[in-house]
Design a protein around this ligand. Structure first.
Ligand SMILES: Nc1ncnc2c1ncn2[C@@H]1O[C@H](COP(=O)(O)OP(=O)(O)OP(=O)(O)O)[C@@H](O)[C@H]1O
Ligand code: SF4
Ligand SMILES: [Mg+2]
Length: 342
């Protein structure tokens, strides 16, 4: 499995055939049902799909914070890191105990997470500074004063004005845009190599959204961060991603470099997502195309191709009988659809 954007260096993170299910009284939710992708240093992998397709559960599975009734059924999540002796250590995170010291070091350490709604990630009882200082001290041996200096430096780096003063404020005193910047500063405080951003700008206005995305790009260039950017917005993908994974009902339906996804989309679902982007060429007030039909309930997954109940190219007797495998249509571009099977 390789991508066009980084064929020579091995990926920092490799997710292989990941399956995470929730066991509810009403039935089994196959939230992630066979997801595979690679993430490279200095590159952004975009994960896109409609609500409920398994984007957040994929992130939670990587970090081993899947909530109750859910569990990783199968698959592997390989984290690769230099061990300082000229070799590369490989760890399959699915094999670690979720509460082990090793996994705790990786979570919020080497792999940091930023969420859509920063409000829930901050304590109302501690200043933002104290929360950042605590994270810094957890992942380094800096004393309190040095950690405070580092926190101020991080706040300045993410564009917080007058960070020496802001550091002693509470999160509710900050605007949404500033809170999201503080959240990014907090994520960076452990000097991570992988940043998972789950809808980091959805709650923000368009201008602030653009500023935050720009900030993430700048930090990536400076630090060589690998970013997994989760969004339902193809516009954000176009802006940010090097490689793209399109998910539908827990499955990867198409995967490839951003150019291929935008200029040669193959899967009918990817094409439908692209039609739903507002175009700068569209006449004002033209209705945005939406995808016909609704997403099936997770307890009632359709037989065969998961998209067949909404697909304009549906072939009876094939698409509703078997599930199409994810097969290459180009060396670095794969699609799961019978239209491309011999
Ligand atoms: N704690 C949970 N218990 C049971 N089912 C869950 C739980 N968390 C998620 N799910 C289910 O798993 C599926 C995938 O959810 P997930 O949150 O990953 O979607 P998503 O792609 O992130 O959607 P959104 O764009 O709305 O954030 C959904 O069907 C959801 O209902
Ligand atoms: S396999 Fe069939 S139903 Fe599924 S996306 Fe392709 S054409 Fe549509
Ligand atoms: Mg989500």
């Amino acid at each position: 499995m390789t991508t066009a954007t980084a064929p020579t260096t091995p990926p920092i993170l490799s997710v292989q055939d990941l399956r995470t299910y929730y066991y509810q009284d009403e039935g089994i939710v196959r939230a992630v049902d066979g997801a595979s992708f690679d993430v490279y240093a200095g590159k952004t992998l975009g994960i896109v799909g409609e609500s409920g397709c398994g984007k957040s559960v994929t992130a939670r599975s990587i970090l081993r914070i899947v909530e109750q009734t859910g569990r990783i059924e199968s698959g592997e999540v390989w984290l690769r890191r230099a061990n300082g002796r000229g070799q590369v250590d490989e760890t399959d995170l699915t094999k670690l105990d979720a509460n082990s010291p090793a996994m705790r070091d990786i979570r919020g350490g080497e792999i940091a997470l930023i969420f859509q709604e920063p409000m829930t990630s901050f304590s109302a009882y501690h200043t933002v500074g104290n929360q950042i200082i605590e994270t810094i001290r957890l992942h380094s041996d800096l004393n309190r004063q040095a950690a405070r200096d580092r926190a101020i430096e991080l706040l300045r780096m993410v564009g917080i004005p007058r960070p020496e003063r802001r550091i002693d404020e509470y999160s509710f005193q900050l605007s949404g845009g500033l809170r999201q910047r503080v959240m990014i500063a907090m994520a960076l405080s452990s000097d991570p190599r992988v940043l998972i951003a789950d809808e980091p700008t959805t709650a923000l206005d368009v201008t602030t959204q653009a500023q935050i995305l720009e900030l993430m790009q700048k930090l990536q260039e400076e630090k060589g961060l690998a970013i997994i950017l989760i969004t339902h917005d193809m516009g954000v993908i176009a802006e940010m991603a090097d490689d793209v994974v399109v998910m539908y009902l827990g499955r990867v339906v198409e995967r490839g470099p951003v150019d291929a996804i935008f200029h040669e989309p193959k899967h009918p679902y990817t094409r439908a997502l692209l039609r739903s982007i507002p175009s700068i060429l569209a006449k004002p007030r033209t209705k945005l195309a939406t995808i016909t039909g609704s997403i099936p309930h997770p307890y009632n997954r359709p037989e065969g191709c998961p998209f067949h109940t909404r697909c304009p190219e549906f072939m009876a007797g094939t698409c509703d009988v078997r599930e199409p495998a994810l097969l290459p249509v180009a060396p670095d571009h794969q699609v799961s659809c019978f239209l491309y099977h011999d």
